[in-house]
Ligand binder design. Structure first.
Ligand code: ZN
Ligand code: ZN
Length: 268
């Protein structure tokens, strides 16, 4: 089985510094640390969770987590274009953006190599995701929130899985998660091939990014692509500062608020 290595030791130095600056937490690079953080958050929600998880909760949690991922992923790519992530802005664009940049444009295996930083960024770099929920939370919605958080936290490991061969997958994941992803791929819910299309663009054509989804979601990926292309046109036409970043962030916030509000009003 293959042990992963970083392609450049400087990445480790940078990552440790950004981790300390961004998360104000001691950096303990091991799986136990991630488990404690992830399980703590989920069990806090679980403690509050006083109704059963229904099929509706599981389905809507999936839909909402994918909506969140699509619109949030566009914000990350806007940062790649409008920030100097590996130089000037290295200390203020966050751990998630740095890992994602190395993964996209230096070496795709940097993502599973920095697996802990990557997965923690789904918890700490996305305050908007959790804060937007606050006005909507009530006892009826706890099952949905639990399902949503579960789907959301699964995105990180799944993305790492896409970039590993079978032998590396066996080394990187426990057999339950690895087989769960294989099964999800068999039924078409996840797709390594589809994700490869997302990596077709490179540093010289950052705006041509496509296929923003990591899990199967009908129609919404096409809509996200149209919004992205529209925002890129505005950016190129008016040349305002950080246009793409602000447009994508506002869009992400509105999409989250609207989808949570609609779900609460019509489904619960
Ligand atoms: Zn991407
Ligand atoms: Zn990838």
């Amino acid at each position: 089985m293959v042990e992963l290595k970083t392609t450049n030791p400087n990445y480790i130095t940078n990552m440790n510094r950004i981790m300390k600056d961004n998360y104000l937490l001691p950096v303990i690079n091991n799986k136990i640390y991630y488990m404690i953080v992830a399980v703590n958050i989920l069990s806090l929600i679980g403690l509050l969770f006083n109704n059963r998880l229904s099929v509706k909760d599981v389905g809507l949690g999936y839909l909402l987590s994918q909506i969140t991922f699509l619109s949030g992923h566009a914000v990350v790519h806007a940062c790649f274009i409008e920030y100097d992530i590996t130089n000037k802005d290295i200390d203020n664009t966050g751990v998630g953006n740095y890992v994602a940049y190395l993964h996209h444009y230096e070496n795709s295996k940097e993502l599973p190599y920095f697996w802990m930083q990557h997965r923690l960024s789904y918890i700490f770099d996305t305050p908007l995701v959790y804060l937007t929920w606050l006005p909507f939370i009530n006892s009826k919605l706890l099952g949905l929130f639990f399902s949503y958080s579960g789907w959301w936290l699964l995105q990180g490991p799944l993305h790492e899985w896409y970039h590993l061969n079978n032998s590396e997958r066996k080394h990187h994941f426990n057999p339950i998660i690895n087989n769960l992803f294989h099964l999800s791929e068999k039924i078409g819910m996840v797709s390594t091939k589809h994700h490869q299309l997302h990596h077709k663009h490179q540093k010289n054509n950052l705006e041509d990014v496509e296929k923003f989804s990591d899990m199967y979601i009908p129609f919404l990926e096409e809509i996200e692509q149209k919004i992205w292309n529209f925002n890129v046109n505005i950016k190129n036409k008016y040349k305002w500062k950080k246009t793409l970043y602000y447009l994508s962030s506002i869009q992400h916030f509105i999409v989250l608020l609207a989808s949570f509000a609609i779900t609460k009003k019509y489904c619960y």
